[in-house]
Design a protein around this ligand. Structure first.
Ligand code: KG4
Ligand code: ZN
Length: 363
């Protein structure tokens, strides 16, 4: 079956045609119009500007997605759309467009949760090298940091999360303060690599070595772990961010030049180790043999590396989408849309968007 899918929850307008063939998915097209250049001017996403840009882009993006896939609306079996969570004005553009298209062409309409979509990015491997429930999913993005127990494709529970800032948001904010343009995650990743290399050289086990390095043990950049010191699977990235801001202020007040790469490496190390610590606890708690990493921050090379090491230590399997499918895209919405469709989770023309999460905490 062919699913035409839409994503417009934040600052990417995307339309994709995803087909289910046998036991695997095929991405026939996945067109993404990024608004990053527009929002860069303001250092972050401006919701009203995002909504307007979605309106401007969505028709031509849809046309292109159909054209690249080599199909027409007659070949489409269902229309899937991100209905929550996200920026409400941005979501409404996708929801109303998808609704109109589904009604006009008499196609089933499938509402999809954005976070479930990020997890479903792991199902898109064409060779069927994909996680099968039950598994633990870590979804890390500009707006979310959550650990999920995926008991079935549509049965997902939140088992750990940030109590304040998302990990991506913290990279973006701190990155901006040290001069990396929005969204700073990718630049922060590269800068941290320089810092790690400076501390321990280029080597396969650089994170393990970094922890034992003189640079880590020095008193220069002491930052708190965002892993909460309790038996929950929760985080506080706001604590790490605030400590980092205070440190940056101190450098400024003393008129000292900040060794940016060293600072970025330390910040990334604390963030990545905290995530690994809570993922390790989640694996033990739920006894799973499979974990999955997704969301925009899953593109982070250090986080990918650390979770790979963790999976090896625990003798379990890690799945993560290619970097091109980590950020917001409609193909992932199409994949989750398929599982919603076969469960009969459809909507009619009364479908509305919602800013809030639909995945509930366990218990
Ligand atoms: O999933 P996504 O595209 O949008 C949201 O749903 O938020 O994630 C965007 C986030 C941004 O915070 C961006 O800085 C971050 O993903 N990001 C990264 C990297 N590439 C993108 N963060 C760390 N390292 C990266 N390589
Ligand atoms: Zn996202």
């Amino acid at each position: 079956m062919n699913i035409l899918a839409f994503e417009s929850s934040c600052d990417e307008t995307s339309a994709a045609v995803v087909s289910r063939e046998g036991d695997s998915f095929k991405i026939k097209s996945n067109i993404i119009a990024s608004q990053v250049e527009t929002h860069k001017l303001y250092g972050g996403v401006v919701p009203e500007i995002a909504s307007r840009a979605h309106i401007e882009a969505i028709s031509s993006i849809t046309y292109e997605a159909l054209k690249v896939a080599g199909v027409t609306m007659d070949d489409i079996d269902a229309v899937a759309v991100t209905a929550n969570p996200g920026l409400i004005g941005a979501l409404l553009v996708g929801v109303n467009f998808a609704k109109a298209l589904a009604v006009a062409n008499r196609k089933p309409l499938i509402p999809v949760d954005h976070i479930m979509g990020h997890i479903a990015a792991c199902y898109l491997d064409e060779d069927g090298n994909v996680p099968k429930p039950p598994f633990i999913a870590l979804t890390v993005s500009g707006g979310h940091t959550g650990i999920y127990l995926v008991e079935d494709y549509n049965d997902i529970k939140l088992v750990g999360s940030t109590r304040d800032d998302a990990i991506g948001e913290s990279f973006d904010k701190i990155g901006r303060l040290i001069g990396i343009p929005y969204p700073a995650g990718k630049g922060f990743d590269a800068l941290s690599r320089e810092g790690f290399t400076e501390a321990v050289g280029e080597c396969e086990d650089y994170l393990a070595r970094y922890k034992k390095s003189a640079q880590y043990k020095s008193q220069d950049f002491i930052l708190p772990s965002p892993a909460l010191k309790d038996d929950t699977l929760d985080f506080s990235f706001s604590g790490l961010k605030t400590a980092a801001i205070n440190l940056l202020h101190r450098y400024e007040q003393l008129g000292m030049e900040l060794p940016k790469a060293r600072f970025a490496a330390r910040y990334t190390f604390e963030a990545v180790e905290a995530v690994a610590k809570k993922m390790s606890a989640a694996i033990d708690k739920y006894g799973v043999k499979t974990i999955a990493l997704s969301g925009g921050v899953a593109a982070n090379s250090h986080l990918r590396h650390r979770l790979k090491t963790l999976a090896k230590e625990k003798k379990i399997t890690l799945y993560t989408p290619p970097v091109s499918l980590c950020g917001d895209n409609a193909a992932m919405i199409g994949a989750q849309g398929y599982y919603e469709y076969i469960r009969g989770n459809l909507a009619d023309s009364s479908l509305n968007a919602s800013a809030s999460d639909s995945i509930l905490p366990k218990d």
